[in-house]
Design a protein around this ligand. Structure first.
Ligand code: AMP
Length: 149
């Protein structure tokens, strides 16, 4: 398997749906909404400031491209794009990642509740409140998305 690393985690090739020169799009182990995906640099770099200019530009351009595709595919009408840059900002995986979340009218009662929900992921992948998806479930979504690029 080729795959990639996301911080300490090994990401299976079947989870990857997008590749650019310096970035990768992966489906989420514990999405907070349909189409909640992650855009990460290929290189393991904990903080945004650790990226060079090419990686930074490529990451944002990739998020822009991916955002357009997932918004349309999941029938959203807006997008939340978020970076929790460092542990005190809620980052749980020490590898820069942009959360891309398709949004719809009324999806959260209060708009900013989405940030509370992202923050609950602080408990990490062992958090019992939200069950991690299986590799098979993630592969189905990644296959669907891959066909759109
Ligand atoms: P943050 O709290 O900003 O560091 O977000 C970490 C994100 O990574 C959360 O959305 C997790 O669900 C997600 N995540 C953690 N481990 C994996 C994994 N192995 N594969 C895909 N997504 C993951």
């Amino acid at each position: 398997m080729t795959g990639c690393k996301f911080g300490p985690y090994l990401i299976h090739e079947s989870q990857i749906f997008f590749r650019s020169q310096w970035s990768i799009g992966i489906v989420n182990l514990k999405p907070i909404a349909p189409g909640h995906v992650l855009v990460i640099p290929k290189r393991i770099a904990p903080r945004l400031a650790d990226l060079n200019k090419e990686e930074t530009a490529d990451l944002m351009l990739s998020a822009q491209h991916i955002g357009g595709v997932v918004e349309k595919h999941f029938k959203g009408t807006s997008l939340t794009l978020t970076i929790q840059d460092g542990p005190q900002a809620g980052q749980t995986v020490p590898h820069v990642h942009i959360h891309v979340v398709p949004r719809k009218k009324g999806d959260w009662a209060q708009n900013d509740d989405i940030y509370k929900e992202l923050d609950q992921q602080k408990k990490g992948v062992d958090n019992e409140d939200r069950k991690p998806r299986t590799q098979e479930e993630m592969a189905v979504e990644a296959d669907e998305l891959r066909s759109l690029f």
